[in-house]
Design a protein around this ligand. Structure first.
Ligand code: ATP
Ligand code: SKM
Ligand code: MG
Length: 183
């Protein structure tokens, strides 16, 4: 069966929902950023987070590792995969995941996302001087592309993780991907 691939901007809730849905379907959950960190370690022998890889080794290396991580996870079947918030800018990686995956876009409002991001510290891909403005610009660029690319769009508008899971189960039920047979 095709994998469930969760996409969306930073802090849309991909990992949270990913763990929950994998548990419900009694399958495995993978985080693309974690896989990328593992591959980057194999190349550099440095223990770095996804954020550090971007900041210290540059976006090009980050994207290369993201592509390798996507290719490796795309070989799996019937698992749940959460992607990094910027995978829409790495179409090659996303299209590899789409070949064997149902792409789900977690659509959340920019103010809700930014509030969550701010609490964890401003990431390197946002301007330190104008983080909100740069986030809105990024949101506007990515949002429509994510929406267009996805097989399933979940419009969350502040929904709780439990409500988000219910919405995803409902959408899966309406389709013919086979996941609905598992519960
Ligand atoms: N539906 C939700 N409602 C409220 N808070 C949420 C919801 N989903 C996730 N959160 C909170 O938002 C933060 C980010 O969640 P999570 O790590 O699941 O997002 P993510 O999309 O995987 O982020 P990243 O892009 O950084 O990997 C966490 O503090 C989490 O508890
Ligand atoms: O939104 C982004 O551009 C990113 C989000 C993170 O998950 C990481 O994948 C990385 O820091 C890039
Ligand atoms: Mg995550």
């Amino acid at each position: 069966m095709k994998n469930i691939v969760l996409t969306g901007l930073k802090h849309a809730g991909k990992s949270t929902l990913g763990y929950m849905i994998a548990k419900t379907f009694d399958t495995l959950f993978y985080d693309l950023d974690t896989e990328l960190e593992r591959l980057a370690y194999k190349k550099t022998h440095k223990i770095l987070t996804a954020r550090q890889i971007w900041k210290e080794l540059g976006e090009a290396f980050f994207r290369e590792m993201e592509l390798e991580a996507a290719a490796s996870l795309a070989e799996k079947n019937s698992v749940v995969i959460a992607t990094g918030g910027g995978i829409i800018d790495n179409r090659k990686a996303l299209s590899i995941l789409k070949e064997n995956g149902i792409i789900v876009y977690l659509e959340e409002e920019p103010a809700v996302l930014f509030d969550r991001i701010r609490k964890g510290g401003i990431p390197p891909f946002l301007s330190a001087d104008n983080p909100w403005e740069s986030f809105v610009a990024l949101y506007n660029k990515r949002h429509s592309a994510y929406k267009e690319y996805a097989d399933i769009v979940l419009t969350l508008s502040g929904a709780s993780p439990e409500e988000a899971e219910e919405m995803l189960l409902q959408k899966l039920k309406e389709t013919e991907y086979g996941w609905e047979q598992l519960w």
